[in-house]
Design a protein around this ligand. Structure first.
Ligand code: MTE
Ligand code: MO
Length: 314
């Protein structure tokens, strides 16, 4: 495994100097100069060397990189968990443009490099839970979406953000099938989008993201079910109306707008009280954990839902 658990790191490795150096490498990479993002393979795994446990990191056992990159949901590349890893290899993520639309100071289409130029990239080790009942612990590499939103200057009328995945059935063979309405869409309320936990992710395990994990740019909201984490984003739209996500449109009785992890609200077809953790310990089967309210991130997010009936707003 590439990333050391915080407990594995010798205190001598945690020097301000190395922290500084790694931070700088990240900024360079994001600016396109070192081009970690643009030349997969070049990005170093150095960031972990001087890594300290961050305030939002979990120290639970990490999911092996192999599992996180071969057991995926990405219906654009098939509905079986192993299909994205096996068939998305040639997906073209460069050049990549992102359209910024709607209630924003300057609607504009950006090259990805320009969009995120100079933004500081961080590692965040997050607990993730899929609505289907499996969970992982993944070291993401990305930046708070709030940093980008601040830069894009949405107008005061903007109450929600809508995200859209690329539509390109020539590359995304799953889009030739009617399993979902394409392109994949997701949305967040503005306070959710700017919550410090919310990330735009460009990599994992210290490397640029492989296609199956949503390269080159995807959303991560760890207190929500995995399906909110829309992959391969090409459009960000600021709006005053609650966006309709793909799953909400496809099966509205099963999936709502909020999709907050909630062990007390069952999926119509199964309980959400427990989860099977992919932590590399396959001997004797996957370990079952109790699912935590807001996936354990309540202290950072519950105030956003004060006064809301979370059984109705699922
Ligand atoms: N565009 C797109 N984004 C998507 C999906 C998808 O099918 N298409 N699946 C979602 C679901 S259900 C989950 S659980 C996560 C899985 O992310 P991972 O494969 O990186 O673990 O991606 C989400 N983002
Ligand atoms: Mo999922």
């Amino acid at each position: 495994m590439l990333i050391k658990k915080p407990s594995d790191i010798q205190s001598s490795e945690i020097t301000p100097e190395s922290v500084y150096r790694n931070r700088r490498q990240f900024i360079l990479a994001a600016s396109g100069a070192a081009a970690g993002l643009l030349a997969p393979g070049l990005a170093s795994s150095a960031p972990q060397a001087g890594r300290k446990k961050g305030p939002y990191d979990t120290d639970e056992t990490m999911t092996p990189e192999k599992d996180a990159t071969s057991y995926n949901n990405f219906y654009e590349f098939g509905t079986d968990k192993d299909e994205p890893g096996m068939t998305a290899g040639g997906f073209k993520t460069k050049p990549w443009t992102v359209a910024v639309e709607g209630l924003v100071k300057k609607p504009q289409t950006y090259n990805l490099e320009d969009l995120i130029k100079g933004i500081t990239i961080e590692d965040r080790i997050y607990r993730m839970r899929c609505v289907e009942g499996w969970s992982m612990v993944i070291p993401w590499m990305g930046f708070p979406l709030a940093d980008l939103i601040k830069r894009l200057e949405p107008t005061p009328q903007a109450k929600f953000v809508e995200f859209t995945t690329l539509y390109d059935p020539k590359q995304m063979w799953g889009q030739t099938r009617g399993v979902l309405r394409w392109p994949y869409v997701e949305g967040l309320r503005m306070d959710e989008a700017t919550n410090p936990l919310t990330l735009f992710v460009i990599g994992l395990y210290g490397k640029p993201s492989p296609p199956q994990n949503g390269a080159p740019l995807r959303l991560i909201t760890p207190w929500k079910y995995g399906f909110k984490g829309i992959k391969s984003i090409v459009k960000i739209r600021f709006t005053d109306k609650q966006p309709k996500g793909t799953w909400e449109v496809t099966t509205p009785h099963e999936y709502g707008f909020y999709a907050n992890v909630n062990p007390n609200v069952d999926h119509p077809r199964w309980s959400q009280a427990k989860e099977a953790r992919l932590d590399g310990s396959f001997f004797g089967g996957l370990k079952t954990h109790k699912t935590l309210m807001f996936n354990g991130y309540g202290q950072y997010v519950e105030q956003m839902y004060a006064g809301m009936d979370l059984r109705k707003n699922y």
